[in-house]
Ligand binder design. Sequence first.
Ligand SMILES: Cc1cc2nc3c(=O)[nH]c(=O)nc-3n(C[C@H](O)[C@H](O)[C@H](O)COP(=O)(O)OP(=O)(O)OC[C@H]3O[C@@H](n4cnc5c(N)ncnc54)[C@H](O)[C@@H]3O)c2cc1C
Length: 293
Amino acid sequence: MRLDQLFATRNQTLSFEFFPPKNERAWYTLEDTIDQLVPLGPDFISVTYGAGGGTRAKTREVVEHIQAKTGVTAMAHLTCVNATKDELRALFDEYHGAGIENLLALRGDPPKGEARFTPTDGGCAYATDLIDLIRTDRRFAIVCAAFPEGHPDNPSRSADWDWLVEKFRRGATAAITQCFFEARPYQELVEHVTRTTGKRQRIIPGILPITDFHALERFCARCGATIPDSVRATLAPLADDPIAVRKAGIACTVAFCQDLLEAGAPGLHIYALNRSTAAAELVTALRLAGCLN
Ligand SMILES: Cc1cc2nc3c(=O)[nH]c(=O)nc-3n(C[C@H](O)[C@H](O)[C@H](O)COP(=O)(O)OP(=O)(O)OC[C@H]3O[C@@H](n4cnc5c(N)ncnc54)[C@H](O)[C@@H]3O)c2cc1C
């Protein structure tokens, strides 16, 4: 099902994000994760596209597999990395032929070892260009990325948010955010976009369940996300006790998601990292608390 049609019928959605497995063993792990998480009734599942643009075939394979095996709508991530516009158009044909109707249009990060993103000659320089290309094709619903704390390449958070506004203007039906860990920047982003576009756009928070404080610190250092003081104060003293930190981390994530949903977030997109336990615990706790459909 196209996500623009699905969003028209749902105030709130639940979705999971997976990445293409790197080897046969990882395939089994993903299969098991799908088996555990699909009974929770996700509205859609998204599948990432490798940083260097190298997992093109695998992304398609996993999306096709999920749709065929579970009947759940799946969305392929797609980046501008290492592809000309002609190659992207050929990929649209391939994806359409595979029954894919939804694309998450991204600029992409630079391939490993490169500090800056360099557009391919004859390709797209920004997600806005890719959105133009997909919109012209007309066969796909388009989702884009959003950054509650601003994108690290843009020194101005509000200038970055204006580019998000532009992505909506060019045809994105929704945005999914980068991970973040407190509600305020999300609320500020939503207010900015609503004020500028005159409409409450669908901006779905991307949620990384916290299970390990050291891993959280590494992740935030890499992507520029902030660890809120309250989360640090709760988790840092437990950092070397894996059971205690996991329990407290999930509790922090549940409280954060409650704040977001109470503030009117149109659902949650959970970065499941191809594992099911933390994502399932989070969804179950939020449903028991009555804040997630
Ligand atoms: C939900 C989600 C899923 C992701 N999945 C993947 C994945 O599968 N594979 C992958 O490689 N990466 C993925 N990423 C990472 C993403 O590719 C990077 O964060 C990338 O650096 C930015 O992508 P974007 O689409 O937001 O870029 P853009 O919207 O193009 O923004 C990039 C930078 O340029 C600025 N900008 C935007 N448009 C313009 C314009 N027209 N002119 C001038 N400046 C502009 C922005 O402010 C920003 O600083 C994902 C990110 C998110 C949030």
